[in-house]
Ligand binder design. Structure first.
Ligand code: RIB
Ligand code: CA
Length: 317
């Protein structure tokens, strides 16, 4: 059994990730905490509540976290990717459930759950890392209660939000650097270099839509999201980044990783928010050294067909 907290900015691919966790009997989903990113905090929090209701999991607490980056403001225009409501304009089709946002904020709920946990907890941050940086800053003594972080974010060979930066790290570079570079908590980073390999196209979406009401609803959220990635790649497709990361959180080792020294660029230049990974051979790095601060496990490859079939098998309901 994997005790799991998902920190999220739903968000179309976040919706698939949350549904995957809810559909996985080997997951004890302790909480969903929300953060700004794909939409405003108010919107991501409302979407999280309603997505859990859609999945029949109103028992899972939802706590709202940061509504902006740690230090510097960052103009967000994600509505061009996920729609103004975070779900391709279809969020209104989600019926409100009986569940309401927790009286605790995201950091407070995560801290309580970690403190009370009998076993260490996996945290899957799939949005900007602001809540996680705040958690670790406020509760350093709880580091030992975190089994591992499985983070969706970063780009090694070219970004999605800028030429070199990926949206989650770009949204709050200072928070990303704190979590990915300054900390030593076991962490797997799932960059877009990996998630782009796991592209889904229309036949996969059609199979999911035809599988049942949940699949049909999830695919209904993808209209704007498919349009964005169709323009991005020049063919009809989309990328369920967050679902790939949560799949790794549920099935450790699903994604094959390599350890690279990393840095996050927090300067105010054209590469702000970029992940810098030193991919030179270890012998070279050992000989010439690396000025990069921390060796981080980064997902580099997987059995794409197996991963997509796994997602479909779990989400088809
Ligand atoms: O760059 C992809 C990431 O940014 C995903 O988590 C997506 O939901 C957006 O938050
Ligand atoms: Ca996300």
């Amino acid at each position: 059994m994997t005790s799991l907290i998902i920190d999220t900015d739903p968000g179309v691919d976040d919706a698939f990730a949350i549904a995957l966790a809810c559909a996985s009997p080997e997951v004890d989903l302790l909480a969903v905490t929300t953060v700004f990113g794909n939409a405003s905090l108010e919107t991501t929090t409302r979407n999280a509540l309603r997505l859990l209701a859609l999945c029949g999991r109103t028992d899972v607490p939802v706590a709202a976290g940061a509504d902006r980056p740690l230090v510097y403001p960052q103009e967000h225009e994600a509505d061009r990717v996920h729609g103004s409501d975070g779900l391709s304009g279809r969020a209104h089709l989600l019926a409100p459930g009986p569940n309401e946002v927790s009286e605790l904020d995201a950091v407070g709920l995560m801290a309580r759950l970690l403190a009370e946990a009998d076993e260490p907890v996996t945290i899957a941050p799939i949005g900007p890392l602001t809540n996680i940086a705040l958690l670790l800053g406020a509760y350093p003594s709880l580091r030992g209660k975190i089994e591992r972080l499985v983070v969706m974010g970063g780009a090694i060979s070219g970004g999605n939000t800028t030429a070199v930066s990926e949206f989650n790290l770009w949204s709050d570079p200072e928070a990303a650097r704190r979590v990915l570079v300054e900390e030593r908590i076991p962490t797997v980073l799932v960059p877009i270099d990996l998630t782009f390999q796991c592209m889904v196209q229309r036949p996969w979406l059609d199979r999911l839509a035809a599988s049942g009401p949940l699949g049909e609803t999830l695919v209904g959220f993808t209209t704007d999201y498919v349009a964005h990635y169709t323009a991005f790649f020049g063919k009809e497709c989309t990328i369920l980044h967050d679902a790939i990361a949560v799949a790794e959180a549920i099935r450790p080792g699903l994604l094959r990783t390599r350890s690279y020294p990393v840095e996050v660029d927090c300067a105010f230049g054209p590469s702000r928010g970029a992940l810098i990974a030193d991919r030179r051979e270890p012998e070279i790095v050992a000989t010439f050294g690396s000025k990069l601060a921390r060796a981080l496990d980064i997902a580099v490859e997987t059995d794409v067909d197996a991963v997509l079939e796994y997602l479909l098998s779990r989400l088809a309901r």
